[in-house]
Design a protein around this ligand. Sequence first.
Ligand SMILES: Nc1nc2c(c(=O)[nH]1)N[C@H]1C(S)=C(S)[C@@H](COP(=O)(O)O)O[C@H]1N2
Ligand SMILES: [Mo]
Length: 407
Amino acid sequence: MIPRYPRSNRRAFLQGASLATLSALVGAAIPFHRHLPRGFVPVVIADDLTIAGKAGLSVLNDRPLNAETPPALLDDAITPTHRHFIRNNGNPPADTSADAWRLAVDGLVKTPFDLSIDDLKQRFEVVRLALVIECGGNGRAFFDPPARGNQWTYGAVGCSLWTGVRLKDVLAAAGVDDNVVYTAHYGADTHLSGDPARLPISRGVPIAKALTDGVLIAFEMNDGPLHPMNGAPLRLVVPGWPGSCSQKWLTRIQLRDIVHDGPKMTGKSYRVPNRPVAPGEKVDEQNFEIIERMPVKSLITSPATGVETNESVVAVRGHAWSGDRAIASVDVSFDFGARWQRAQLDPPFNAGAWQNWRTTVRLPQAGYYEIWARATDTAGDAQPHAIDWNPKGYLNNTMHRVAVRLT
Ligand SMILES: Nc1nc2c(c(=O)[nH]1)N[C@H]1C(S)=C(S)[C@@H](COP(=O)(O)O)O[C@H]1N2
Ligand SMILES: [Mo]
């Protein structure tokens, strides 16, 4: 895999990487890690940065590990584990073995409990759903003026098959108190500062969302183990909402009578202004609101952008999704939006999955074209041309544009 950032940055990234990240990169535990001099990069990865169990992901120049998938590698109807993006806020736990893992359910419940993964499988119905996880900051790279944070382009999204138990069943077994308004999620990853008292991220969702059918406590991904960087051995999957709600390395779910105030719930994290703002405008923190459902969006996964072809008939395909809603239609243009043709659209595998679509375009003569895709959801929301700018660069759902040159 070829990292997108210069070698010097890559070296700095590797030198600062945590043990769990290095283990993921070399593909094995590092028993003598304590003797590895600070700043030494394992030679196996010094020349070619690969993430074990992943292929073709672009690593962003940041610590901790964050990697996105180029759109053309998201072509599968269901995203294979080796193509699912990685978004880490802290240092992943070193030990992700399933046997000793425990999940606590507590807070405002009648009967708090603590369960193993086997207990979860035995006590609750096991379901398997295709579910979209998309980072709230996907598309941030295109904000102008720029927004700080990981410069995701298109590929901080995936739709894998997740097997697990429904959060609502687990909460029902615990008994939800009448005054509960929000969940609080906790994981086993540690804060980048190394301070054990600080959490990298702890988010939650309104109890009404937590009690919907599609929210899973998942222990399998694509019928195999979860990838260590995707939260093994246990994670939440909250479809349609910012990926940050889907706590990885899940250890605890607490029910609260206030909107959860854990790290990355407050301030400007995963929040947007509660009214439209001009690009670059300063917005007071009290005028921010928590992002809930993700907006309507689509991706062109074929052709790959920049392709050169001598074949005037081009097959175009991709996916479309919209928060808690289904997609009604996808339209495709190859003349900068003057005319649109309707694509053939599949129903979702289940609610919470993206929908696959395809069409064929006939390019009239040699030259440069852009293929644009525009999805419309069942409530009539369609993708915009221009970014609805916000200070932290969330929710960019502008149309995907792909360049094609016909020779
Ligand atoms: N424990 C924990 N859970 C987490 C995160 C994290 O850093 N730590 N990142 C969140 C964010 S911001 C996103 S977008 C998704 C990404 O899931 P993935 O890495 O499996 O693609 O995980 C979420 N869950
Ligand atoms: Mo995210």
